[in-house]
Design a protein around this ligand. Structure first.
Ligand code: V47
Ligand code: SF4
Length: 374
């Protein structure tokens, strides 16, 4: 019964309240949620489902923080701790050409970026390194741009940006401007975790708080850097914390309009320090995608990040309000360290196949959701 009122609101284009969103989470009527979310997604993006050809680079896993949900970070000297030099990063990006040769692609994989064979984006995030200064990150961006001038650089979470500002003594605005001038074009949405202070203090006590995360994003938007936003769910939080989290994002988006996509991140428990942690269920994943589509009416895109959801749930998510699968990804380390069951890369043809079998139209996009012509 309770979803009737919500259905009426959605069909008449009215905004949901936090109470409505909570009622959606408490409902087990997954089909109604999916149908309504799909209706909203269709209104915003038609039958399109986007994907991008991208690489992930995690320059280091050495981090001064030790978030309890993070199986990726290490201290210097730990077994498995690593740092990539700037040369390593450039080599890795160049090396992908060799690795991807012979991969079957549907349609014509046109060479868009000299030396990167069809890839249009590099996604860079890593640990908060104790010794690297802002100059090092500026140089990473400059060198990538030097070698791959038309490759879009989406890099650094709000947590990293805040850390760079602290270690450099610059303001957030000047830090972001320095990075932008060096080639930073957009930012991923990581580090948001869950905004509620009590839960946040339990799962990542050293991490910047919600207010700071939002401030960094607001500043990024003010200097013309588009960003994404994430929410880590399925650990210690309750439904009300997810709603509180999304409300803060919706409020900031009303103010700046700088968010492109919302990405619910399904918690992976392996090798983490969260007590009694479990993998999320498929129902919870789909519900969270659908409710985010219904509640975040000012976010243009909802991303079903297949690395965390697995290919099959991510595909189903396309019928539950998501319109983006992210991408080819290549070499993701953060979720892998925490026991991701998915593979570590998908070819363009695999992504297209998943999308088509969900009854959607595959659209290869750039980092600003512009369709790339074949
Ligand atoms: O901030 C860390 C999460 C994030 C675990 O913006 C974990 O396009 C699940 O933000 N289980 C980084 N999640 C990844 C991220 C991201 C990924 C893909 C696309 C985009 C985008 C952003 O990964 C971290 C943290 O929230 N994370 N450990 C874990 N055990
Ligand atoms: Fe460091 Fe990020 Fe892992 Fe936290 S989530 S320990 S900040 S790498």
């Amino acid at each position: 019964m309770p979803l009737k009122k919500i259905e009426k609101k959605i069909l008449s284009g009215k905004r949901l309240t936090s109470e409505d969103a909570l009622a959606c989470f408490e409902s087990s009527d997954i089909f109604t949620l999916g149908r309504l979310a799909n209706h909203v997604a269709q209104k915003l993006n038609g039958n399109n489902a986007y994907f991008v050809q991208n690489h992930h680079i995690n320059p280091t896993n050495i981090c001064v923080n030790r978030c309890k949900f993070c199986a990726f970070s290490k201290s210097r000297g730990d077994k498995g701790a690593y740092e990539m030099s700037i040369k390593d990063i450039v080599k890795k990006l160049k090396g992908q050409v060799g690795q991807r040769k012979g991969t079957k692609t549907a349609g014509t994989a046109k060479l868009r970026h000299k030396g990167t064979e069809g890839f249009s984006e590099v996604h860079i995030v890593g640990g908060l390194h104790p010794d690297w200064g802002l100059d090092h990150y500026v140089e990473i961006l400059q060198k990538i741009k030097e070698h791959f001038p038309s490759l879009h650089i989406k890099a650094f979470t709000a947590v990293e940006i805040d850390y760079f500002a602290k270690i450099s003594g610059l303001s957030l605005k000047n830090t972001l401007t320095a990075l932008k001038n060096a080639g930073l074009e957009s930012m991923p949405g990581g580090g948001a975790e869950i905004f509620n202070a009590r839960v946040r203090n339990k799962i990542c006590p050293e991490k910047i708080n919600a207010g700071k995360w939002l401030k960094v994003m607001e500043t990024a938007h003010s200097v013309g850097i588009k960003t994404n936003a994430t929410m880590l769910y399925g650990h210690l939080e309750k439904y009300k914390h997810r709603v509180e989290h999304m409300l803060k994002l919706r409020n900031l988006q009303d103010k700046t309009g700088g968010f492109q996509a919302f990405i619910p991140l399904a918690f992976h428990p392996k090798n983490t320090n969260i007590d009694n942690a479990q993998y999320t269920s498929g129902i919870d994943d789909l519900k969270t995608i659908a409710i985010s589509r219904l509640f975040l009416d000012n976010f243009p895109h909802i991303k079903a990040y297949w690395i965390m959801l697995g290919a099959k749930i991510a595909q189903l998510a396309l019928c539950f309000g998501a319109d983006d699968l992210d991408g080819t990804i290549v070499e993701e380390k953060i979720t892998k360290s925490a026991g991701a069951l998915s593979g570590s890369a998908m070819t363009k043809s695999e992504l297209i196949n998943l999308i088509e079998k969900a009854g959607k139209v595959p659209v290869e996009r750039d980092s600003f959701y512009q369709a790339l012509t074949k």
